[in-house]
Design a binder for this molecule. Sequence first.
Ligand code: NAP
Ligand code: MG
Length: 462
Amino acid sequence: MKAHDGMYIGGAWRPAAGTDTIEVVNPADEQVIDRVPAGTAQDVDAAVRAARDAFPAWSTTPPAERAALIGALRDQLVARKDEIAETVTAELGAPLPFSQMVHAGVPILVAGSYADLAATYSFEEKIGNSTVYLEPVGVVGAITPWNYPLHQIVNKVAPALAAGCTVVLKPAEDTPLTAQLFAEAAHEAGIPAGVFNLVTGLGPVAGQALAEHEGVDLVSFTGSTAVGKQIGATAGAAVKRVALELGGKSANVILPSADLAKAVNVGVANVMSNSGQTCSAWTRMLVDSARYDEAVELAAAAAAKYGSRIGPVVNAKQQARVRGYIEKGVEEGARVVAGGAESTADQGYFIQPTVFADVTPEMTIAQEEIFGPVVSIIRYEDEDDALRIANGTVYGLAGAVWAADDAEAVAFARRMDTGQVDINGGSFNPQAPFGGYKQSGVGRELGPHGLTEYLQTKSLQF
Ligand code: NAP
Ligand code: MG
């Protein structure tokens, strides 16, 4: 696609208030592919005003009409799926088949699920002598990361529109072209002027201005825990609703009765997917002492197969950060059994698929989110030890449990401090609530639980 040189505000592409731009770089070859405007507080203010102006009409539009427009938006994403996949590949570096299947495919499912929900959800309930109305919260400030650029946008915008909210989006500086494509799709779908607005720009400038704006009623943020804490504090001080989807350090718990080869292979694939840039990735693999050496061999072989099949990480800073973690792992005494810190490519921000053995639960690589293709294999003695290790980080976003039967895995999963657990390789459900326990966040996205984040209640007594 060709980048727009303005902001999408009030239903039209308008010139930015300032003249600064952001370079969009292809992480596979380090070439600048385009430029977008770097928004300022002035652009954010114009976008928030447009969203406020559009709110009275949109919030009172019958849900069935909102549903039809979200359905039209889904159809626009379907019509543009090749362009979406090519754009994500160009600015994120994901291999094209992964961009087609996941980066373009999943947001279509999510948009479709909210078109259905908007049409069928009951925005009214009776409790005793009260009628309770579920009303839209107001203007939403959405701040999204680069790792699943369209998915993170649709996860916020689709339920917000279904609820009757209007939105201002500040996407990640690394992936603004996908966000511009989404704005084109919203426009073509006939989403009314001002209901969805886009301001591209830098986090500490445009993002912060959006989070602080008094015309924003709810801030929905996905990204790092460090920035999430700031946004939560800002929202708290203004008594503003906030949803935070933050980092993770999920455990893949392989119980002694599990099919080891399957659990290890699926576990390694889970981390290598999107080059490890997935907040819910199962980056800690927990294996019992008796089968530890076998698991290490299987994991090293699985990672080696990924070799050159994975894409780069998003930018030079992330590449340096991930390499730093790999070096730290070695320094602290973990053993590299696949990959390593050296890059084998002459250009592009590539990291080798890496597996660490002899990782202990307190090591930095077992505690901090690496956000790269790095798996740590940790030994446990018995189930209680496995549980203590699984729950032993500040995070609690996702995880997996493998056992000979589902009931045994479920019993373990119920003791985990985490928001989502895949049982014996259970598949992704785009309507299941997604979100964190502990420092992985506040609030839930996707499905009906994701919709309620954008609603507030009003009770009338009779
Ligand atoms: P980040 O800095 O938290 O960025 C997320 C979003 O917040 C981006 O749109 C960013 O803008 C914006 N932002 C940054 N500083 C802000 C501020 N002071 N006020 C308001 N908005 C602000 O995350 P990142 O730099 O993209 O990635 C760093 C780490 O975050 C990763 O290594 C990973 O650990 C974590 N992460 C987690 C998820 C997740 O889904 N949970 C996703 C991505 C990253 P800019 O793009 O301009 O920085
Ligand atoms: Mg950042």
